[in-house]
Ligand binder design. Structure first.
Ligand code: B4P
Length: 190
């Protein structure tokens, strides 16, 4: 198995690059953001709970996302590996992921962290907000709150993987293809 965490602030290009990575490496894509948006669009109880938090740019409770990911890993136990996109977003989620994977005798092999400065993030998210209909992309105050939540709750996850010597920083500025090439080099060197 090859298990990769694709990490970065909101708007860094995680979702964009995940699509290319799964095509090339035949990994299962697990995006907590996508799973939560699908719950919202189906009007489930979980979706209703998540919506008001996501719309404000706050994180959904750890117990909710850990449960969702646990189900998905169990459903795909024969997979070649996983790309975790937007998860883990807290140290508690990172610890839970290590425990879940150890139940299947596997582990995270590498964290690929897309590094993008704040002004560029805001520009990308506001541009997507004009076409995506995503409430959390349409308002600068909400975007700034997401970046604040990232710095305070999510950035410690990078230190967690640095301590395990699994962190690989990638320059996330450039064309989508250029960044994809950098990611492939990092995956192939892992
Ligand atoms: P996510 O869905 O993970 O969304 P995101 O951080 O905005 O990143 P995304 O992957 O969508 O965007 P990308 O960078 O690819 O999370 C949304 C919300 O869900 C969170 O705020 C939270 O409430 C909740 N949530 C999700 N996971 C959770 C968890 N584990 N725990 C708790 N809560 C959780 O792209 C952004 C834009 O940039 C796109 O328009 C793209 O086209 C553009 N772009 C990408 N690469 C580019 C490049 N190289 N140059 C120019 N533009 C580029």
């Amino acid at each position: 198995m090859l298990n990769i965490v694709l990490f970065g602030p909101p708007g860094a290009g995680k979702g964009t690059q995940s699509q290319r990575i799964i095509d090339k490496y035949a990994l299962i894509h697990l995006s907590t953001g996508d799973i939560l948006r699908s719950e919202i669009s189906r009007g489930t109880e979980l979706g209703l709970q998540a919506k008001h938090l996501m719309d404000k740019g706050e994180l959904v409770p750890d117990s909710v996302v850990i449960g969702m990911i646990g189900h998905k890993i169990a459903e795909n136990r024969e997979a070649e590996g996983f790309i975790f996109d937007g998860f883990p977003r807290t140290v508690a989620q990172a610890e839970a992921l290590d425990n879940l994977l150890s139940e299947f005798n596997t582990e995270i092999h590498e964290m690929i962290a897309l590094e993008v400065e704040e002004e560029e993030l805001k520009k990308r998210l506001l541009a997507r907000g004009k076409i995506s209909g995503r409430v959390d992309d349409q308002n600068i105050a909400k975007i700034e709150n997401r970046i604040h939540v990232y710095k305070s709750q999510t950035l410690p996850v990078a230190t967690y993987y640095q301590k395990q010597e699994k962190y690989k920083g990638i320059n996330g500025i450039g064309s989508i293809e250029e960044i994809f090439d950098r990611i492939c080099s990092a995956i192939e060197a892992a």
